[in-house]
Every structure is written in C-alpha cells, then in structure tokens.
Design a binder for this molecule. Structure first.
Ligand code: 5GP
Ligand code: ZN
Length: 104
C-alpha cells in the first residue's frame, strides 16, 4: 500500500534490518523502544488494524503470534509482553497491523 511505512519496510525499501522473516511477516526493532527489548512483528500483507481484519486473516495473526514466540525463544527471553494497539484511541500510530514484543 502506497505511503505505508510498514509496507515499505516489509519489502526492504527502507533498509531496516530484519530480526526474523517468514512468508507471512517480518520483525524488526522499534525505532523508539519503550522497553529494553521492543520488536515489531509486521504482516507482509497490508491490513490496517484489528478493526479491518476479516475471518480469512485469523491464520495470519496466529502465525504472527507464533513468530513472536520463535523470536522470543531465539533471544532467550524468560517472559515478555505481546501488545496490539487498536485504533487511535487505543494508541495505534501506524495503521498497518503489527504486534509489539516487549521485554525488560
Ligand atoms: P503503534 O502505536 O501503531 O502500535 O506502534 C507503532 C510503532 O512503530 C511505534 O512504537 C513506533 O516507535 C514504531 N515506528 C514508527 N515508525 C517506524 C519506523 O519507521 N521504523 C521502525 N523501526 N519503527 C517505527
Ligand atoms: Zn502497510
């Protein structure tokens, strides 16, 4: 999608290094980390928000949660938080669906 920063990052246009990637999603460090580990898991396909999800996106979101687990395991994190902000009122700033993986 044009003018979507996460679409641009996901296709490699921005040069952001990926910590993880698979057919469904990519993961990279948040540019403005709110905790010592703060990684974003971003779908390759543009979906604006959880609000815009259809039932056919359920598997994709499950795979993104699973990818979060693989990344956390690889980093040896003993525990972590997964967060999805939904809508402006929910703190969402980038309208391309993503999971925050945060750990102290
Ligand atoms: P949201 O508030 O939409 O749930 O989260 C968006 C997150 O994306 C924020 O934590 C913000 O710091 C991060 N972010 C915004 N633009 C960029 C960018 O260009 N590169 C990276 N790596 N992170 C970004
Ligand atoms: Zn996008």
């Amino acid at each position: 999608m044009e003018n979507c920063i996460f679409c641009k990052i996901a296709v490699g246009d921005v040069g952001t290094p990926f910590l993880y990637e698979d057919v469904d999603c990519v993961a990279f460090n948040d540019i403005d980390p709110k905790s010592p580990t703060h990684i974003l898991i971003v779908s390759r396909r543009h979906i604006g928000s959880v609000v815009d999800m259809s039932e056919s996106d359920v598997d994709l979101l499950g795979r993104m949660v699973f990818a979060s687990k693989l990344i956390a395991n690889k980093l040896g994190l003993p525990g972590y938080r997964l967060q999805i902000n939904v809508g402006e009122a929910g703190g969402q700033e980038v309208f391309h669906i993503h999971i925050h993986l945060m750990s102290n």
